[in-house]
Design a protein around this ligand. Sequence first.
Ligand SMILES: [Zn+2]
Ligand SMILES: [Zn+2]
Length: 137
Amino acid sequence: MSKKGFLDCGSSRGRSETVFLYECRDDLTAHLKNCFLSRADLKEYEVILQRAGFECLSHEQVKKLRVCPRHRYGLGKYWRPSKLCQYPGHKGTPTSVKSRDVINPAIAKEVFQLFGISVPIGSRKLETHNILKISLS
Ligand SMILES: [Zn+2]
Ligand SMILES: [Zn+2]
């Protein structure tokens, strides 16, 4: 799998520190609340997997992935969104977003289908980016 290095860079404290991604199941309630993702009911490994850009892996492939601490926490509970709109269809200069409108798992899936770009869940977007409108225009 070519993107494996994205989760397991092996740069910090060596191989023994990596764990199976599938076994990452810490409680991320507070983090998900901060990211306005509470309603999504996600497990830790699902959050990390999505933010690593793995959109279409089988269950078997997911179970083989390992993750180092740096990526586990950097993509998981210590991940912080940019203040700028991350929607791929955004035109013009980057815009600071203050709303609670974020890329949730459902929107991320639609964005990936439309643009072929994986946007980390919890990323901010302007409320005016309406997927349905874009796909019909
Ligand atoms: Zn790593
Ligand atoms: Zn935008």
